[in-house]
Write a protein that binds this ligand. Sequence first.
Ligand SMILES: C[S@@+](CC[C@H](N)C(=O)[O-])C[C@H]1O[C@@H](n2cnc3c(N)ncnc32)[C@H](O)[C@@H]1O
Length: 452
Amino acid sequence: MEPFRFHVFVCDQQKPEGVPCCAARGSGQVLEALRRDVAARGLADEVQVTACGSLGLCEHGPNLIVYPEGIWYSGVTPADVPEIVRAHFQQDTPVERLARTDPAHLRAEILNNREKMFAAHRAREAAGILPDDLNESIRGFQASRAILTALELDLFTAVGDGAGAMEAAARLDTDPRATEMLLNALASLRLLVKREGIFHNSPAAARYFTEGSRDNARPALLHTAHLWERWSTLTGCVRTGTAARDEIAGRGQDWTEAFIAAMHRNAAERAPLVVRAVGAGSIRRMLDVGGGSGAYSIAFAQANPALRADILDLATVEPIARRHIQEAGVAGRVQVRAGDLRSDRLGEAYDLVLISAICHMLSPAENLDLLRRCHEALAPAGRVVIQDFILEADKTAPRFAALFALNMLVGTRGGSSYSEPEYAAWLGEAGFREIHHARLPGITGLMIGSRI
Ligand SMILES: C[S@@+](CC[C@H](N)C(=O)[O-])C[C@H]1O[C@@H](n2cnc3c(N)ncnc32)[C@H](O)[C@@H]1O
């Protein structure tokens, strides 16, 4: 049974450089044009568009198939899309000039291509050539570095509504030859589009990387650029067992601003999930240990007008948190105090102590010590809630948490990602009961314990 009047499968397979494939021949732009045109003509609920892997006609792409008829189109360009949508989907008349009308010929071509592909695989296998996906992982830093450099230079803002290489270089005060190389590389990554020598931002680059866009993530992404230097020391860190330099304290204000901006951006997605999982209704006083921008305290305060929150963080972060609290309109109920979460007494009689994205920067002994002080700071029925990247017991999954352990290795003296059994053991030793793991959608989870 077909749930849609038409179902279009567009091949978007990316093959290794130099091998013909639909992606290299512009299937991304065809998909974009198809989705746009189908929506613009009010057909989105009747025509389902799905990107798919190889259809076996790689030399003639972009290829697409339309069901229920099973019409194959080859060599489709974005300029052909309005005709396909109008003639085929609105007037039920397939576009003959693009349709492959001889099934026997089509089948022979696909089988021939399949045999060539198997032969190429066998030859590579026999020659012991590194598999493409492994190669991609190893060279992945090149694309990442190109994007991070563009973000550091604020290149996407400089490209604006369109710029040639010379113009972009003049706006950025960079070398024209090198700037052109970077612009071309970014176009190969589909973050820019080059038309007649002029570079334009892709929709994603314009939305997420340019000054003035509501969703500009650049201030937060600069934190990732800052991590680059640390990750370059990984080999040495594995040899010595710890970061070459100390952690957050002592870093410049630019570093801190980008770091807290990154945390604030993450919190926009995570805070509503945490508030929902923990519940704000019964909480009168909460402590947010290492509260950063204040995003979590603000979310709890907004969920419960009777709730008051104290944020403990470094003196350099205090003004940033104040700014966010002021903007959120909860200044009367959310306070910030400068202190050291590694050694300070944390206070008393709190209903909730939140420790979000903190435990990973501490060693096991420091976490146990922190949890003991949290226990002291809670009212009798109070709860401690840890939010972090929680590893499975054997520590090899989830992948994000396993890789994040290395991020802590290169950036802290004793931090790591920790497993559910490790958190449970520290919580138990610190005196907590009713210890449990509350799973959240996405990359973080909660470990919760009660002081009974
Ligand atoms: C990864 S961020 C987490 C921020 C916030 N809890 C969140 O989840 O978005 C770590 C926070 O701990 C703070 N921090 C680091 N060392 C600290 C210390 N010794 N005392 C107090 N705060 C500290 C940092 O300034 C930063 O705000």
